[in-house]
Write a protein that binds this ligand. Structure first.
Ligand SMILES: [Zn+2]
Length: 182
C-alpha cells in the first residue's frame, strides 16, 4: 500500500524533531562545540572558585606549560609553608573560554580597545598557551611578588597583581612590568 503524502510529511516532521532533540538543545557529553557550556575541559573555573595549585587532574593545571607548572608548585609549597593560602583562580584556558571572557569584557567595557586593557583576545592570551597562571588570595599575590623571581615567576602586568608568568631564570630579575595586556 503506497504511503499517503500526508503520512510522509508527518514522518519527515517527526524525524526533524528527533534530529533537533539529538543535535540542538542538549550538547552531547564531552562536546566542545561552540554552543556547549564551558566546563573543566576548557580550563573553566567558576568565578569565586579556587583550585589547588597541585590539582594535576584538572586541565586548568595539567595543560599549563610544564616548566611554569613546576615553578608555580614549588613556590606554592614554600608559600603554604610560610602560612599563606595559595590558590589558583585561573590557569590554562581553551580558546573558546578566552574568547567568551573577551566577549564579556567588550560588553562590560563598551569597546574592544578598553576590553583589551583587561582581557587578552584568544589569539594572543598567555593563558591559552598555558604560559600564565592567576593566583589568589591577595596575601599570596604579595608573597609571590616578593619571592616569585626565586622561582622564575614574575607579575607581568602592573594592573593584574594576580597574573604570573615564567619570565626570568630562577633567582634572576623580573622584566619591567607592562601597564596592561593591550
Ligand atoms: Zn591572568
Amino acid at each position: 500500500m503506497p504511503t499517503s503524502p500526508s503520512r510522509s510529511r508527518y514522518r519527515a516532521a517527526a524525524l526533524l524533531l528527533v534530529l533537533a532533540a539529538l543535535t540542538g538543545c542538549a550538547p552531547a557529553p564531552g562536546s566542545t562545540g561552540p554552543s556547549a557550556p564551558l566546563g573543566p575541559d576548557d580550563g573553566f573555573i567558576e568565578s569565586g572558585e579556587h583550585v589547588s595549585p597541585f590539582a594535576d587532574d584538572l586541565p586548568a593545571i595539567a595543560n599549563l606549560d610544564p616548566a611554569l607548572r613546576e615553578a608555580m608548585q614549588r613556590a606554592a609549597q614554600d608559600a603554604i609553608a610560610d602560612g599563606f593560602d595559595f590558590v589558583v583562580t585561573s590557569g590554562w584556558r581553551s580558546e573558546r573560554y578566552q574568547q567568551s571572557l573577551f566577549d564579556d569584557a567588550v560588553r562590560d567595557y563598551g569597546s574592544v580597545e578598553e576590553a583589551r586593557r583587561w582581557v587578552a583576545p584568544a589569539d594572543v592570551s598567555s593563558h591559552v598557551t598555558g604560559n600564565a597562571v592567576d593566583i589568589g588570595f591577595t596575601d599570596a599575590d604579595s608573597w609571590l611578588s616578593q619571592h616569585g623571581a626565586d622561582y622564575g615567576l614574575c607579575q607581568t602586568y602592573a594592573n593584574e597583581m594576580w597574573h604570573f608568568e615564567l619570565a626570568t631564570t630562577p633567582g634572576g630579575e623580573c622584566p619591567a612590568q607592562r601597564n596592561d595586556p593591550s
